[in-house]
Design a protein around this ligand. Structure first.
Ligand code: FES
Length: 359
């Protein structure tokens, strides 16, 4: 029998040891009496081979259910595809994918737990505590234990269980891999083009998000901030979310002497009122935190900061370029309107890299 570095032996508890202190070589310092281990009761699978066989088949069925659920998740992905204009299709897709993946993971876990609980060997051990690194003898014993565990768990012997477990484990990641298919751009338009055109155009009113009410220039006081969408967006029957994701804008008014504007863009603001894309130029989170005193915009995702006084240039964080500015003015009724669309693509800067590296 193997020994640990303290000379202690690793062995199975005998019935005469059941009432002695177990599990530690440290002296007992409290006044509680060690109750010892309860009497060991053999399980039905220890005493009845036919019961063990029944349980084995049952667990195999559970693994097959896991495998079937993984396949169901893959099938559901194709049978209930996401139609961008139909919220019901998103719900159905998420529901059936979720049911398939959750069932496959749950049944796989239940099957593994049941295998350990009902079929693996059920005995108790006494082991002395020792420093983390084991002696050569301890490590040799560990190898011995692995071999013993393999024998006792039946992993090598119970081929039906082992193979069904392997099948279920192999099938588990398949739904996740299939989901990566959504990253394939296929025949969709170039994302640079997609992000270069938004609903903004000459004369389109800036309206509040989400009510759609237009904004008088006189309503925008210094220090205030408005979340803005183009007029007509909420009336769209198709693609409203996609259009909104590109066209959302933050509107702020600064004291005019705080604005440092380039010659080219002097006419893009109106009496200190400026409008910038709300889509972060890092990876596209909504930039929604405005610091009135410093006139900084903060993106909550990775803490990029933009200076509104200087065309939203990046002053901190991973964003690759300033937020695109929307040129604005007022119409005859005093409502704020766009002068044109953005002059550059909104959102993440990968389009920039595309041109840099000529991909
Ligand atoms: S998305 Fe804004 S900092 Fe990363």
């Amino acid at each position: 029998m193997a020994e640990d570095e303290h000379g202690g032996q690793l062995r199975t508890v005998t019935s005469s040891e059941r009432q002695v202190s177990t599990g530690t070589s440290l002296p007992v310092t409290d006044g509680f009496e060690n109750p010892g281990l309860p009497e060991h009761t053999p399980r039905i699978t220890d005493t009845d081979p036919s019961a063990a066989k029944r349980i084995e088949r049952l667990i195999a069925v559970v693994f097959w259910v896991s495998l079937a659920a993984s396949i169901f998740a893959v099938v559901a992905y194709f049978v209930w595809p996401i139609n961008r204009d139909d919220f019901a299709s998103i719900r159905l897709n998420n529901l059936f994918l979720g049911v398939g993946i959750a069932t496959s993971m749950l049944t796989l876990g239940v099957g593994i737990a049941a295998w350990g609980k009902y079929l693996m060997q059920d005995h108790e051990l006494v082991e002395s505590r020792h420093i983390t690194k084991g002696s050569p003898a301890t490590r040799a014993r560990a190898v011995e234990i692995f071999a013993q565990a393999n024998e006792e768990s039946g992993f090598g012997r119970r081929t039906l269980l082992r193979n069904s477990l392997i099948g279920a484990v192999l099938a588990l990641p398949i739904p996740g891999i299939v989901l990566f298919r959504d990253l394939y751009n296929g025949n969709n338009p170039d994302p640079v083009e997609l992000l270069s055109e938004t609903m903004w155009d000459k004369g389109i009113r800036l309206v509040r998000d989400p009510t759609g009410t237009p904004i008088l220039a006189s309503e925008v006081t210094i220090g205030s901030v408005f979340h803005v969408i183009p007029d007509g967006l909420i009336d769209l029957e198709h693609g409203m979310l996609e259009e909104k994701a590109k066209a959302v804008v933050l509107l702020m008014r600064l004291p005019q002497d705080r604005l440092i504007e380039s010659e080219q863009r002097k006419s893009w603001s109106y009496n200190g009122i400026v409008a910038y894309s709300k889509v972060c130029t890092h990876v596209g989170c909504p930039v929604a935190l405005y610091e009135q005193q410093t006139h900084h915009l903060l993106c909550p995702c990775h803490q990029s900061q933009f200076d509104v006084t200087e065309h939203c240039k990046v002053i901190f964080g991973p964003a690759g370029r300033p937020l695109p500015q929307l040129p604005i003015t007022v119409d005859n009724d005093g409502y704020l309107v766009a002068q044109s669309d953005f002059h550059e693509p909104v959102g993440p800067s990968f389009w920039d890299r595309k041109h840099d590296y000529n991909i």
